[in-house]
Write a protein that binds this ligand. Structure first.
Ligand code: ADP
Ligand code: MG
Length: 245
C-alpha cells in the first residue's frame, strides 16, 4: 500500500483518523473480495460494459474507503464521473461479508429516478457481480408484470427500483419484507427530487429499517438534496468532487 497522505481530506474518516486505504488508486488495492476484483476485469464486463476497471475515478477513490467501512456517504460529482461503481461495489461487499443468501431476502435497495437509469445500473451489477451468487431484480413499472414481481420480490437480494414502483410493492404486495435490508442507495437524488418523487421517497425511507447503511449520490447539491440527506443519512461522509476524474 502507498503511504498515507498527510492531511488529505479524502483520507480523513469521521473519527479524525485516516483510512488505511486512503490514497489507494486501483481497485485491486481495496479490501474487497476476489469475486468483485475478478468481476471488475472479467470478459463479461469487457464485453457488456466495453471497459475493464483498473484505476479508480476520483469519486470512487474518495468514497469507496468510507463506504467499504459501512459509513453513510453523501457523494456529489458530475454525470459521467463513475458514481455507479462507487455504490455497486459496497453493496456487493456488504452482502458478501454477511454471507447473504436467497433465504435472507432483500439485502439492498437501489433507488433510481428513471427506468432507463435503473436498467443501466442493473447491467453494471450483473457484470461486476457475475461471480457472486446474489439475485437481483428490476422493479420499474411500465412494461413489467407486477403480479410476477409480487411472487418473486421476497426472493431477490438486490432490488433496483424507481420510487413509484417500490412504494407500490410496499403498499400492495402481501408479505413484502425489507426488514433485514442492509444497504440503501439513492442514486441521482437530485433527479429523483426534480421528478417530484419527494413524497414517495420519504414514505419509502419511513418503512425501511433504521439500522442500515445509506449512500446518497447526486450530480448537484440542491437544498432539497440536503433535506433528503438530513432525513436519510446518519453522520455521513461528505464527498464532493469537482475536477475532471
Ligand atoms: P455517473 O453515474 O457518475 O454519471 P457512471 O457510473 O455512469 O457515471 O460512469 C460513467 C462511465 O464511466 C461509464 O461508461 C463507466 O463504465 C465508466 N467508468 C466508471 N468508472 C470507471 C473506471 N474506474 N475506469 C474506467 N471507466 C470507468
Ligand atoms: Mg449515475
Amino acid at each position: 500500500l502507498p503511504p498515507l497522505p498527510k492531511n488529505s481530506p479524502v483520507g480523513r474518516l469521521a473519527d479524525g483518523t485516516f483510512s488505511r486505504y486512503a490514497g489507494v488508486v486501483r481497485f485491486d488495492q481495496l479490501p474487497i473480495s476476489k469475486k468483485t476484483k475478478d468481476g471488475l476485469i472479467s470478459k463479461k464486463t469487457q464485453d457488456e460494459l466495453h471497459s475493464k476497471f483498473v484505476s479508480m475515478t476520483k469519486i470512487q477513490r474518495a468514497s469507496l474507503p468510507h463506504a467499504l467501512c459501512g459509513r453513510d456517504v453523501l457523494g456529489a460529482a458530475k454525470t459521467g464521473s463513475g458514481k455507479t461503481l462507487a455504490f455497486i461495489i459496497p453493496v456487493l461487499e456488504k452482502l458478501h461479508r454477511e454471507r447473504w443468501g436467497t433465504e435472507d431476502g432483500v439485502g439492498s435497495i437501489i433507488i433510481s429516478p428513471t427506468r432507463e437509469l435503473a436498467g443501466q445500473i442493473f447491467g453494471v451489477l450483473n457484470a461486476i457481480g457475475e461471480h457472486h451468487r446474489f439475485s437481483a431484480g428490476l422493479l420499474i413499472g411500465g412494461g413489467g408484470d407486477v403480479a410476477i414481481e409480487k411472487e418473486c420480490v421476497n426472493k431477490l437480494n438486490i432490488l433496483i427500483c424507481t420510487p413509484g414502483r417500490l412504494l407500490q410493492h410496499m403498499d400492495e404486495t402481501p408479505n413484502f419484507d425489507c426488514s433485514q435490508m442492509q444497504v440503501l442507495v439513492l442514486d441521482e437524488a437530485d433527479r429523483i427530487l426534480d421528478s417530484g418523487f419527494k413524497k414517495e421517497v420519504n414514505a419509502i425511507i419511513s418503512q425501511l429499517p433504521k439500522r442500515r447503511q445509506t449512500m446518497l449520490f447526486s450530480a448537484t447539491q440542491t437544498k432539497s438534496v440536503q433535506d433528503l440527506a438530513r432525513l436519510s443519512l446518519k453522520d455521513p461522509e461528505y464527498i464532493s468532487v469537482h475536477e475532471e476524474s
